[in-house]
Design a protein around this ligand. Sequence first.
Ligand SMILES: [Zn+2]
Length: 444
Amino acid sequence: MRLALILLLSLSMLPATAATATPPPPDWLDGLEALYDAGLRVDGLDDRRFQPEAWWDIALPLASRKRGFTVETIGSSAEGRPLRHVAWGEGDTRVLLWSQMHGDESTASMALADLLRFLGEHPDDPLVRRLRSGTTLHFMPIVNPDGAARFQRRNAQGVDVNRDARALATPEGRALHGLRERVRPAFGFNLHDQHVGYRAGDSDRGTAIALLAPAFNEAREVDASRARAIEVAVAIRAALEPRIAGHIAKWDDTFNPRAFGDLTAKAGVSTILIESGGIEGDVQKQRLRKLNFLALAAALDAIATGAHAGLPHAAYEELPENGETWPDLLVTGGTLVLPGRPQARVDLLLRFDQPLLGRGGRIADVGDLGGAKARRVIDASGLYIIPFAPPGGDATEERGGFGPGMSAHFHLARDAGGRDVAWTLDCDIDAALPMPAAATKDSE
Ligand SMILES: [Zn+2]
């Protein structure tokens, strides 16, 4: 009896010690998510490769003066696209949010359009009232519109704007820096996307969202300003935990004096980096877009009300760091058939230019790849790998074989002659074509 009691006690203590100190999400969050699903998500941004002009065509009517917004042009990009600042709110706590300084990182820009709509169309929502009276929000959406127009990381001068915080050699970097100097925000949100292959810590789970309260010096000290950023990161984790538990990570906090987040932190701004990674199947990052919206709503409310104060730092510090970056596709144990060469039992590792869509596949490795891991795995035991020349492209044979760097065109066939084809990869994954066997192992 006593033993049972001790056993019971120790069992009941287990979850308490194993569980993180993550606080519960705000009680209004489920209601906001329902409102979002019912009609906050702005139409026209279903493809994450939108043009910057299309984004502004959608956002400018949402950010009208009669809805409490001011919009000003604060510069122009290297190619002459307007750089704009949108402001809203009447509160004392100034918050600066900037997105897409890497042109191919558009998730938060989509969420910011939804946020503008929420703020403008729901003036009497209690959350909107709290944000209006507690904060003034300053947005610089799509910091790098030239990069966005090409869906590329760098600006039209070939410069990574997020390594230009010190040199300020780019017009985009200067505009963001000038805005920060003028606004003198208490809080900053640095909004990015990261590679979808990142794992959360040493787990097999993909990182959906990674957070960082950047360091302001090389010693990575935590002063009052950084402590507030950590608290806001905890507010974000609290909001997202029930939705993507196990898929939240944190970035390494090595100080980088060329990066905007770090230099903004150094300027005394409580800065929070949000990186949108990947959720398998969410190929246009629309789920991540909503999670960004909810994360920002929770973070801004914590700032507006001061509710971030005292949130347990452990809920941030205990987050796993971004771990390995897994490649996109592993084909294991197939038999490679090349004309005039001996057959070979090999594994194949592939990377895609567009990993979520499975487009632009290239061979990364061939051979016995032992413990290689990948976001998706096909067990090709008993199948033949039969490369083919793409129509109009170079013949694989003429290029001297089959190997790393080559674009991926092959059949998986049940016979060495390639007549009974089980699956085909022609650079792009054909979503209508089921992968063979029960082999696809999408990590959750
Ligand atoms: Zn980025």
